[in-house]
Design a protein around this ligand. Structure first.
Ligand code: HEM
Length: 172
């Protein structure tokens, strides 16, 4: 009877969509594992595998004492964190270009002059692309990809350049 009461009480705090979350987890884990297993398989077959975070982890999996699931999640989190965010940021930039054709022209001219059409831009070009960099930063400000932001607090007083972050203290 006590057990039943505990279960009933506990169930009040478990959301109805728990099963959906569990299925999502299984689906996500399988995706990450299958991606990493492709790299593992190539390494085991002696194929040349280019440098990657997945390869780095697989080479050190034992030393880092990571299970297969943990390794897959570590590599997969990078992939997850970087794919939707980057895709959204690019889409926003394209939308901005459609909304502001005159500004788009300035970026186009700068890219034509500095990078040309025979190669992709690299990080070395960054300093010579002030207009393009301003465009990228402005699109982040205009339509932030992670609109809600993340709350942070300082664990100690920090002074950086002229900015000061005071240690969080609940009392006034
Ligand atoms: C336009 C692209 C991206 C946006 C807008 C974005 C946005 C963010 C934001 C807002 C955070 C939270 C930072 C904080 O704690 O304040 C974050 C964290 C993180 N992002 Fe990104 N991200 C982008 C691309 C990427 C890429 C390409 C990767 C990996 C390849 C990545 C991996 C991560 C990781 C690992 C964290 C957690 C860092 C930590 O807490 O130690 N992100 N990102």
């Amino acid at each position: 009877m006590v057990d039943l009461l505990i279960i009933v009480a506990f169930n009040r705090y478990i959301p109805g969509y728990l099963r959906e979350l569990q299925e999502g987890h299984v689906e996500e884990l399988n995706l990450f594992k299958s991606q990493l297993n492709t790299v593992r398989y190539k390494m085991e077959c002696g194929e040349e595998v280019p440098l990657s975070f997945g390869k780095y982890l697989l080479e050190r999996q034992k030393q880092l004492e990571l299970s297969d699931n943990e390794t897959a999640y570590l590599a997969g989190s990078m992939f997850g964190a970087g794919s939707d965010t980057t895709a959204s940021a690019i889409s926003i930039s394209v939308l901005a270009a459609a909304c502001y054709p005159n500004e788009q022209l300035k970026i186009w001219e700068e890219l034509e002059n500095v990078v040309g059409r025979d190669r992709a831009p690299t990080l070395e070009d960054q300093e010579r692309l002030p207009q393009t960099m301003a465009w990228v930063l402005e699109t982040f400000r205009w339509r932030p990809v992670t609109a809600g932001g993340f709350s942070h607090r300082a664990t100690r007083d920090v002074t950086w350049v002229r900015l000061e972050a005071r240690r969080f203290n609940r009392s006034p």
